[in-house]
Design a protein around this ligand. Structure first.
Ligand code: HEC
Ligand code: HEC
Length: 461
């Protein structure tokens, strides 16, 4: 359930802003119409056409889809609580023995420590005041249950019975692809939809589940090994291919998990995910069915390749069909919403503007970056995929995808996900390491000052 006043306050705010914008637009249009009217009556009528177009069917459709999509992205579990709660019994670990579950339970402090975020807009004033006054025991799992009841834990939904006991728990897209602005306290603030949550330790959270045997059975291993693998991921990472190919480690022993990417700034981009599995809507269907374990339909015969995807082929993941499909009807809205999320602009003062201007010139000339990262998409219009050797890296992760390639990352909003490193597995700790890698791979002979300028430009995108 939504907290009743949460969307209301949001919508109120939006409506006020919309009214203000409409006011300004009316003035501007009136002025334009007046001057144009004297110049040409033809232009006046086309202006009228533009105004009418605002209420046209396509505009209405996309507005409706975007609103549906936001609701789905933030609050829909697609019925996956039958897996996270029902099968893995994560709800029992969250509640703890004192609240009818098992073990010590998950206190708000623990929840925040594993990177879960709290939406301050979903907290009633009384709760916010009590937290500020230090009157809320952040060491008490019962408080976590209250936060879940308020639907304030980003990406996690608790389902309660009539007696108020946590019955089961599900996850939402926002878990991995949203964070908060910390405006209330660290980990507590307003939602930032589409931002990669690089604090989130998915492995540690899943590891809490009292019943990991189904995961172990799926992977033909034991629970201890599953826990070792989950523990190897670390914050900001997840391995979406583990449940297809059973590969947990790279040949050099590092975890095979990839970074959580942002779900914004994807407009105009052809292939999605680090290894270009498909479009936004392809991947949304994939993730909702196969990773979140929602109830839906998913089709991909590429997963029947038993050599590349032994686990997926054995379990016929490419032919998934639930009796009631709760995912497919949501895909259009979800796609529209993600495409409506623009990459956020970097805050003023977060980069050196003069250096960034010099870096931009390099990016588009001698450093050769724009041959692949074509502005303003910062990926190739057309087929935006490369074998590892094109960018001087191994093909391990690429070979876990049907494409056997890496997708040229769109770069806008890079500043929001500097934690955890860069490239699919975070192998480069910071942007300077990325630039140095290109310098070496392409023999660019950049000076230290030029490298710095390129970094400042990347921070400005
Ligand atoms: C458990 C964490 C997790 C959840 C939950 C999750 N994702 Fe993701 N998402 C990832 C990871 C990791 C990748 C990268 C996968 C890869 O490349 O192998 C990804 C990739 C993506 C991409 C591709 C982004 C790009 O740069 O092209 C989109 C879009 C996306 N997810 C949307 C969603 C939507 C919509 C949902 C809900 C239906 C969702 N995700 C749920 C972790 C998650
Ligand atoms: C041959 C095409 C190509 C060229 C040229 C290229 N890139 Fe890339 N870039 C890629 C690909 C492919 C990836 C994704 C690698 C991965 O995920 O492992 C990438 C990833 C990146 C990333 C990491 C993005 C993230 O989210 O982690 C940055 C930053 C970047 N490139 C900057 C640059 C800069 C700066 C230059 C010029 C010096 C450049 N690239 C030149 C193809 C290219």
């Amino acid at each position: 359930m939504n907290h009743p006043w949460h969307p209301l306050t949001r919508r109120e705010g939006t409506r006020r802003r919309v009214l203000a914008v409409v006011g300004v637009l009316c003035l501007a249009t009136a002025a334009a119409t007046a001057s144009v009217a004297t110049a040409s009556s033809h232009l006046t009528s086309s202006q009228a056409g533009i105004q009418a177009a605002d209420d046209s069917a396509p505009v209405k459709t996309s507005k409706r889809l975007i609103e549906q999509g936001r609701q789905t992205f933030r609050f829909d579990t697609f019925g996956d609580e039958d897996f996270w709660g029902g099968t893995l019994q994560l709800d029992r670990a969250i509640a703890g023995a004192a609240n009818g579950g098992v073990g010590p339970g998950v206190s708000p402090k623990t929840a925040l420590a594993v990177g879960l975020k709290v939406d301050s807009d979903a907290l009633p004033l009384a709760v916010r005041t009590a937290i500020k006054a230090g009157q809320v025991n952040l060491d008490d799992p019962a408080v976590t249950l209250q936060l879940l009841k308020l639907n304030s834990v980003v990406g996690v939904k608790g389902f309660f019975d009539s007696a108020g006991k946590l019955r089961t728990v599900g996850i939402e897209c926002a878990l991995c692809h949203s964070t908060v602005d910390d405006s209330f306290a660290p980990g507590i603030g307003r939602r930032l939809d589409g931002w990669a949550n690089r604090d989130l330790n998915v492995g540690a959270i899943v590891s809490l589940a009292p019943n990991l045997q189904p995961v172990a059975s799926l992977l033909h291993t034991d629970v201890a090994t599953v826990k070792t693998v989950l523990g190897s991921w670390g914050p900001g990472k997840f391995d979406a291919e583990l449940f297809l190919d059973g590969k947990a480690f790279q040949p050099d022993g590092r975890s095979a998990a990839t970074l959580l990417p942002p779900a914004f700034g994807l407009q105009g981009v052809n292939q999605h995910t680090w290894t270009g599995w498909g479009s936004v809507t392809y991947w949304n269907a994939f993730v909702a069915n196969l990773e979140m374990h929602g109830k839906g339909t998913f089709f991909d015969t590429r997963l029947d390749n038993a050599e590349q995807f032994p686990i997926a082929a054995e379990n016929r993941f490419g032919h998934t069909k639930a009796p009631v499909d709760r995912i497919t009807p949501k895909l259009a809205g979800l796609q529209a919403y993600q495409l409506a999320l623009a990459a956020p602009r970097p805050p003023k003062g977060s980069f050196d503007a003069a250096a960034a201007a010099r870096g931009k010139k390099l990016f588009n000339s001698t450093a050769q970056c724009s041959t692949c990262h074509v502005p303003p998409l910062f990926t190739e219009p057309g087929f935006n995929m490369h074998p590892g050797k094109d960018v001087g890296i191994d093909n391990f992760e690429a070979d876990r995808s049907p494409t056997h390639m890496y997708r040229t990352s769109p770069l806008a909003g890079l500043w929001t996900h500097q934690k955890g490193g860069f490239y699919h597995d975070g192998r480069f700790a910071d942007l300077l390491q990325v630039v140095k890698h290109y310098d070496q791979t392409f023999g660019l002979h950049l000076t230290a000052a030029q490298e710095r300028d390129l970094v400042e430009y990347l921070k400005s995108l």
